[in-house]
Design a protein around this ligand. Sequence first.
Ligand code: GRF
Length: 235
Amino acid sequence: MWLRLALRTTVSTLSDAERLKVAVLISGRGSNLGALIDAAACDLPIELVGVFADRADALGLQRANTAGIATCSFNPKAYADKAAFESDLFAAVERSGAELVILAGFMRVLSAPTVQAWHGRLINIHPSLLPKYPGLHTHQRVLEAGDALHGASVHFVTAVLDGGPVLMQVQVEITDGDSAESLAARLLQQEHRLLLASVRLFAARRVQLVKDQIELDGQIILEPLLLTDDADVFS
Ligand code: GRF
């Protein structure tokens, strides 16, 4: 059974100091980052304390710079190994004061020590209804499988690729004539809603990971929350 999530519509009364400090890791265009930037300027009670990329030409960095958010890129090829790269990257993330780190199109698999160090504070948005289709090319794979539904998931990051506990999902119907591109474009709009709704729960300090179980308002959730069409992401 899916849990259905009703998001309240309330204007945030949090002071700046109470806003959740969020860092975002990207590799590319950064549309999910853009959704966070727009919502933070509106009523999502977060402070974007840094945007970090694994390539200097990630488009999302420009978006963050324009919004006045600190940015930094780290070139993995400049490091002797993955451990050294992640050590520098996450030292910078730590210095940013981030309480929550969001992988939003960050195209690298993080090593177990890094993931463990950030246990419960590291989430990822993935374009499939996990546990279906971890990894790449999810839109093409869902079409080839003949599924009727596609979707996206926000999950905690563990050492297993796209395998951590799933907090929330959104579904889209697959229509006749869908291509991987049309499906990706339609899903992306829903991904933005999903990410904002998920981050809103963190900002309200309603979610935590206890061992490997997600608690919402102190209660373990056994299935992912489902973001419905009528849920208000700007609640
Ligand atoms: C999104 O589809 C996200 O689910 C996946 O990578 C893509 C990033 O898109 N992990 P954007 O860079 O946020 O536009």
